[in-house]
Every structure is written in C-alpha cells, then in structure tokens.
Design a protein around this ligand. Structure first.
Ligand SMILES: [Zn+2]
Ligand SMILES: [Zn+2]
Ligand SMILES: [Zn+2]
Length: 452
C-alpha cells in the first residue's frame, strides 16, 4: 500500500519503495488508457532530487513531448511566464511544485493517487483534442494561431484574473503574459475568432503603464493627502462660513471676518456641516479630489488625467472552432481570412461578370509603433482605423476583411480609378488618428470576370 509517510514530495530524498510506487502509477495509467510512458520536457531543467522516480514514469528522451513538467523548486520563478517556453502551447503543464495552481493544467503528487489519475486524464484529453485539430493547426506557427489552438486543446477560456505581482495587474492563467496575450486576442476578436466579455476597467500610470496605483483623496490646491475633517461654522450676522478652527481663540469663538464674539449656538451661529482642511497648505474644500500615485514609478495623476483601460476575458467563437477543426485546405492565396475566401467563392458562383480585385492594406508604421508605443497601442489604432474604413466604404461592391496583420478589400467591379480612390480613402481614415499608421495598399489579385 502507498502511504504518505513513505513518499513525501517534493524535496525529500527518495524512499526505497520508489520502484513499487512507480509501478502502481504506471498500472493505474495503463488502466485508464494511457499505455505508453508520457514523453515530457522539464521546466526549467531536470529536477535532480527525484529524477529517478520521474524517469520511471515519464519518458524524457524525446523532443516531441506530451507534457511539460514544471518542477522549479525556487519560490521566486515567475508563473506568468510558464507558457513562454516554445512549443508548450499544445501540451499540458504538469505541476510538481504544488504552487503553480491555475497556471498549470494539472498537479502531480507522488503521494496522491487522485493526482496520478488527473494527470493521465489531462494528458489524454490534450491528445484527443490535438487529434481533432486540422492540419493547419497541428503545428501552428503564428503566435495568435497558437493561442487559438491552445484554447481549444486545453479547453480553457482566456479568463482574466487580477494579479498584484505584476505591473499589468491582470493575467490569463494557462496563457502567456497579458502583455503578449491581449494584443493577440484583440486581433482575433477583430477576425471573429474570439468573443470578449468585460472583465474590469482599470486605471494606469501615464508614465510607466503600471496599474499598481494608490488611490486617495487629495487637497485640490496642493494635491497633498494630508487632509483632516473639521466642522464648518456659519456666523449669521456677517455670513462668514469658515472652519471652526478659524473662529477658535482659546475657549472663545471670535469671527475672523467681523471680529465679533459668537456666544449662542442657533442664535449667533450654526454648524452646517464639515469640510476637509489641508495640513500642507491650509486650503479648505468640501470635496477633495481623487488622486493616484503609481507604486512602480511614483508618478502622480489626478482623476481627470488618469488613463483608463478596459480589460476583457476571451472565448472561442463557433467560427474559431470550425476553423480549428477544419480539415479542408484553405484556398491557395496564402492565409487569407475565411470571410474573404467565402466572399470570393460567393462572387464566383453568382453570375456577376464584373472584374474582381483583392486589395491588401498593410501598415508601414506597424514595427515602429509596436516598438515605441507597444503592440496594444498599435492594435487600438488599427481598430479605430478599421472602424473608419468600414464606416466610409458605404459601397456594396466593396467588402472589408480583417487579416492577421493586414486588411483586405474585395472589390467587385474594379476599374482604373479604384486604386487612387482607395488610396485617398485610406488617407482620410488615418487623418483623424492620434498617430500615423501609414497604410499602404497594393493589388493582391485581379480578374477580369469574377475569378481570382
Ligand atoms: Zn508609473
Ligand atoms: Zn462675523
Ligand atoms: Zn493643500
């Protein structure tokens, strides 16, 4: 029998019964349909203390792996980067440390038979779903396609979660860090492959982008948080309305405006409420302002100037699942959006004989913007640009299709003047943006009679 006093993991030395335990584990897996020892890779490296045991139940000699075993004994390793390892998106991460929680797909503990079964089940689930992936996704190359395939294979949505340990303060357990995941996910939303649901609206530092902010009430005059509440005093005869402190002279109340002494509450004066007085600059105000201090860079901001960002969770759409499990080869022209190839097919099948053209719109400023302002800023600008473009097409003979890093216009009835008109339209759509995207258009494909 297995007893937890015999094998304690992690970190104790291996017991003599290791071999027996390994045999029990393998027998259980066999009974569940996991016939071969799972091929695994180690994160960060082979964990020497219990290497012998692990080598009995896992096959560690392959490059193509079934799972990644997270076994970093250090308490400081960053869980948000677990999925940063290349090739880790289509296999489960098995947590040996007991501290990876949601960031891993399953926890494995030698002393816990249930965890053996859960581990086998996860490996088998991932295998089964990998099998359902179409050929285009079996070895996905583009990072956004990897993200999509991972969501399908792991059965996990991109569920946002607060995380105080990183400046973004949000993470998507099981996925790459938010700074990587969000721009990819936003691109996939635009293409109709993910749908998003609101998670929260967070404020962020204008100087460093951190969302770890201190929120407090501040003096509107000097922005100090050193406020204290005092009673307001109203002198009837001269209409002075000031903090009680300003009337106080020893035990007497003397009006600072008219110098009369106040004697009878209700007759000479009353106390209509309280006010906040600043100990820094002595200014009084009945409504202090909200201010923010960045905990990462100390920058300050007030409620008017602070930047807000909406954050979302993401989930696969039916279109995405259809695309992921499609075993039909996409149309020849590279990785065109499915909406575009479908529209081309439709035009081919109806009797239109108008010349057809596919125009491609790329952004010359993409690299520079991503480098200087960040991928998310670029994606936001691009979203606005696309919105402008869609609003201004207005023409039933032109349809817009969103690609991975470029857009496509399908023109039914292409003529000599179309190109110049399109260039002017793109110009007009970017003129209203805060930064220049420098859209460039080119003719990707053309036909005389509705064939591309
Ligand atoms: Zn900051
Ligand atoms: Zn007075
Ligand atoms: Zn002040």
């Amino acid at each position: 029998m297995l007893s937890s006093t015999v094998v304690e993991l992690p970190l104790r030395s291996l017991p003599v019964e290791t071999n027996d335990v390994a045999q029990q584990c393998l027998a259980l897996w066999h009974g569940m349909g996991l016939f071969d020892r799972p091929k695994v890779g180690w994160l960060p490296g082979l964990p020497l203390p219990y290497q012998k045991f692990l080598e009995l139940i896992f096959d560690t000699s392959h490059h193509h792996v079934d799972a990644i075993v997270f076994a970093d004994p250090s308490r400081t390793s960053v869980l948000h980067d677990l999925r940063a390892a290349p090739g880790s998106m289509l296999v489960p991460i098995i947590d040996l440390t007991g501290r990876a929680t949601d960031f891993a797909d399953v926890r494995f503990d030698i002393a816990d038979r249930d965890s053996w079964a859960q581990t086998a089940r996860r490996i088998l689930d991932f295998r089964e779903r990998r099998r359902q992936l179409g050929p285009a996704f079996a070895t996905p190359a583009a990072p956004e396609m990897e993200l999509l395939a991972h969501s399908f294979v792991s059965g996990r949505t991109l569920a946002a979660q607060y995380s105080a340990s990183i400046p973004e303060t949000v993470c998507y357990p099981g996925y790459p860090p938010a700074r990587v995941t969000i721009p990819l996910a936003e691109g996939l939303v635009r293409r109709g492959l993910l749908k998003k649901t609101f998670f929260d609206r967070l404020h962020e530092c204008g100087a460093c982008g951190s969302r770890r902010l201190l929120v407090r009430e501040e003096c509107p005059a000097c922005r100090s948080a050193n406020l204290h509440e005092v009673a307001l005093l109203h002198h009837y005869s001269c209409a002075a309305l000031e903090a009680e402190d300003n009337f106080r002279q020893g035990s007497a109340l003397v009006c600072p405006k008219c110098r009369k002494q106040l004697r009878n509450y209700g007759k000479d004066y009353d106390k209509p409420g309280v006010t906040q007085v600043c100990r820094q600059c002595t200014a009084a105000s009945s409504e202090p302002e909200i201010g923010f201090v960045c905990l990462d860079c100390n920058a300050r901001a007030d409620g008017q100037s602070i930047r807000c960002t909406d954050l979302f969770s993401y989930d696969l759409t039916d279109n995405a699942i259809a695309l992921l499990t499609s075993h039909v080869k996409p149309l020849g022209l590279r990785d065109l959006p499915t909406s575009l190839t479908a529209a081309v097919d439709r035009l081919r099948h109806n009797s239109s004989h108008l010349p057809l053209a596919i125009l491609e719109v790329r952004y010359e400023a993409q690299d520079v913007l991503c480098e200087t302002r960040g991928a998310l800023v670029f994606e936001k600008l691009r979203t606005l640009f696309i919105e402008n473009l869609a609003n201004n097409l207005g023409d039933h003979e032109v349809s817009l299709h969103i690609g991975n890093d470029c857009e496509y216009l399908l023109v039914n009835g292409y003529e000599a003047s179309t190109f110049g008109r399109t260039q002017r339209l793109l110009q007009q759509c970017e003129d209203v943006l805060s930064d220049r995207l420098r859209p460039i258009v080119r003719v990707l494909a053309r036909s005389r009679r509705g064939k591309s």
